[in-house]
Write a protein that binds this ligand. Structure first.
Ligand code: IMP
Length: 201
């Protein structure tokens, strides 16, 4: 059995590979987009994480003829009315870097009274050509800090303090982040369903 991690985000590839390690140890062949000729990127224009994840998983499964997993994820900041949300990757513009997005987030919060509650959301979806076969969701709550800390993770992690802890998400070990994160939760739920379906061999 072969499973393609359908994302160009290197942080997501790293975390999803780690989360799929037990399946790989059981014989699942985990591959990435780097193992295939380039295909056009699907347009993620839906209003929800799960719809965007469905678009991506299905588009890559159809284009490459292989079972795919895609996630759509982002951070939702309460005093900003839930922004950036599904726009997290492109918050500061189409080709925005993590630094650009973080700078815009802190700028937008600069006139807003603290605390700044926030949550990461993730929907992970698996598809084979023609149809979606499983979905999993995850969420982790916390708050935004202006004190950047940590070199792990990616994206908004250096500015996100997990609820009940003092560290930012970027200060957690990769294992600890995957144990508690939105992506870890969503991927474990997804893998459980795929296993029950016998889709992982
Ligand atoms: P997309 O799902 O590819 O549209 O983009 C998700 C975006 O949300 C990423 O580019 C990050 O900016 C942010 N994001 C999602 N998950 C995480 C995470 O685990 N840590 C930090 N940022 C994240």
């Amino acid at each position: 059995m072969k499973l393609l991690i359908a994302t160009k985000n290197p942080g997501k590839v790293r975390e999803m590979r780690e989360l799929l390690a037990p399946e790989a140890a059981r014989g699942l062949e985990v591959v990435t987009l780097a193992d295939f000729p380039p295909v056009p990127e699907p347009v993620e224009d839906a209003a929800t994480f799960v719809e965007n994840a469905r678009i991506k998983a299905l588009a890559y499964a159809d284009a490459l003829g292989v079972m795919c997993i895609a996630d759509d994820s982002g951070i939702s900041v309460e005093p900003l009315g839930g922004r950036p949300g599904v726009r997290s990757a492109r918050y500061a513009g189409e080709n925005a870097s993590d630094e650009d997005n973080n700078a815009l987030l802190l700028f937008e919060l600069s006139t807003v009274a603290k605390p700044w509650p926030a949550a990461y959301f993730c929907a992970a979806v698996a598809a084979v050509p023609g149809r979606v076969i499983a979905e999993g969701n995850g969420r982790i709550c916390g708050r935004i800090t202006t004190n950047r800390a940590g070199a792990g993770g990616f994206g908004y992690d250096p500015y996100f303090i997990v609820e009940g802890r003092v560290e930012t998400m970027a200060e957690l070990s990769p294992e600890e982040k995957n144990r508690i994160s939105h992506r870890g939760q969503a991927m474990r739920a997804l893998v459980r369903i795929l296993r029950e379906q016998g889709a992982l061999g």
